[in-house]
Every structure is written in structure tokens, then in C-alpha cells.
Design a protein around this ligand. Sequence first.
Ligand code: FES
Ligand SMILES: [Fe+2]
Length: 347
Amino acid sequence: MTTDTLEALAEDRLNKGLLNLWYPVLPSWAVQGAPVGITRLSQNIVVWRDADGQVHAIEDRCPHRGARLSMGWNLGDRLACWYHGVEVDGTGTVVDVPAVNDCPLVGQSCVKSYPAEERNDAIFLYFGDALHAEPPALDLPEQLTSDEYSAFLCTAIWKCNYRYAVDNVMDPMHGAYLHAQSHSMAFGDKQADMRVRKTDTGFIFEKTGQKDVNFDWVEYGESGAIWLRLSIPYRKQHGPGGSFYIIGFATPMDENHTQVFFWRVRKVQGWQRDVWRFLYRNRLEGLHWAVLEQDRVVLERMAPDARGHEFLYQHDVGLSRLRRVMEKQAHSQVAALNDAAPAEAAE
Ligand code: FES
Ligand SMILES: [Fe+2]
């Protein structure tokens, strides 16, 4: 395969989403009794809960003739296709073909299944390639795993490629401009010098002269999933708990749609936790939606080829660094697949 073809495959991989990672794909509440059909990383997937409430995810394609399994029935331990009733379990194996006696299709593993984990009110799926079928451990940031913190999940679908959503979070300086008229980002310098600092799981991009005033730092980390973390200080009237943390994920749906997941977190215990949860639901959540809408409208209205016509400056060092990290991963993913099986990699 030529270098140009590998380049093109890597760019395609990057636009659809890097593999061999966990991604949040739905909030838990979105999957109740009926199967749910979704597109993530440009793959059609059906997500459902078995009779014990356990989540399963398999390719949304009936092995018989390709109808969407998400249009069928949840039978508790399997899905039944609406078209001719073929039944498929959570491993992607056909368990019954009710229309035919002794059908050879029974017992065959025909569709791909996705490792699934439910964490912090969201369903995470693992997207492995042919060389990485086994998922790595999913280690989420302490704001989501320690019970010293209290979080709310906020999720939305944006009509843009996920790479723009990632760039947006890796860009703290937009807080002082785009969100200047907000409850949390109206203060601090309109100028900054910024630097990059390495961490065990990635790096922090931060303002050198200002901390805890506005959106002053952001962290990229990779620990089974790619996550972004930042904090914004809250003023006294917004209740106990100190800085407000956001743990963010941008999950590619297809090349033009992204589902963003933002956990909004404060370090609060006891009665202060109740105050935070009450204040959030009654007052703060609405204010944060207004901020998030500002991000959404700017990103959705950017030219589709915006990335091809940029003049970056010092404040964009964080996002350029992360772009390079992700480009490198995309290259090594397609190169490894190509080395293992050149014909399949080209498909
Ligand atoms: S297409 Fe699903 S049973 Fe025929
Ligand atoms: Fe923003």
C-alpha cells in the first residue's frame, strides 16, 4: 500500500473516531425496555438491556437479510428481528430461527458484539479493531470514581465532526470571549501566556499567570478512553463545593455528528452535597445549558473545511498538540492493520 493510501486511511480513521478505546455512547436512561439503534464511530449498533438490566450491544444488522435488529423485539436474553423473527443474543450468536426447523444458522456467531460497561449514568462501549478485540481497563478520572465528588451527566448531540468538539475543549481562552456573558466565565484577563505540562496519562494546557479565575486550564488524558478535564471557579453565591469540574468526552456518531458527554462535578459531601444537587437542578443547570449552546452554535456554523484554513497562534498549542497525538494514533492503527492483513485494511 502506498504512503498516500495509508495517509488517506489514517485521515478517514481520525474523522470516524480512533479505535481500541472505550467511548460513552448513551446516557443510561436512554436504554429501557426496547432495543435502541445508534450510530457511533460510523458503526450501526443496537443497544439493549436483558431481563437482569445488563446492557448488551451488537451490530444493528440481522444476520438473515440485514434488517435493523433495533426495529425488533427485546425477548429478555436476546433480540428477535421484526422481519422474519430470527433471534440473536448479546454475543451476536443466532439462537433461534423460528420459521425453519433445524436451520444451520442456529449457533452461528454472525454479527459483531461490543464489550459494554455502565458507569456514572452512561453506557460505555469498547471499539476494538481486528488486532485489539480485548478491551483495556476503563480508568475514569477521580472526579467520576471517588465518592468525595458529586456529578451530573449532561449530554447533547452536535452537528459537527467530533474533532471540532475536542478542539473546543482544548481551548481555554474561548471562555473569556465566547462565554464572557456567563455566570462563571465573566472574570479575569482577556490575554494569557500558555504552556503545556506533561502528566502520566496525557498533558495539561494552562495559562501561566492565572488560575482559578476563569477557564484557565484543561487536561487531556487517555486511560482506556480519551477524556478531557477542566475546572472553572464558582462564586460564593453558587453554593458549597469549590471549583466546578467538567469531565468531557466527544463521541463520534458519524463524520458530521457528535454526542458530547459532560459530567459536571463538585467536591462535596454531606449536607453540602444536597445543597449542590438542589442548586444545580434548580438554577445552575439552566445557566450551563446556555453556555453549552454558545459552544454548539459556534461549532455547528463553522465552515466544514475550517481546519484546512487556519492561522493558529500560541493559544492553540494545546489543541495542536492533541491533534498530533491523535494523528499519530490513527497512523499506527491503520499501519498495524495493513501489516497484519493488507487486503482487509484497504477495505
Ligand atoms: S432479516 Fe431479520 S429475520 Fe429476516
Ligand atoms: Fe465553551
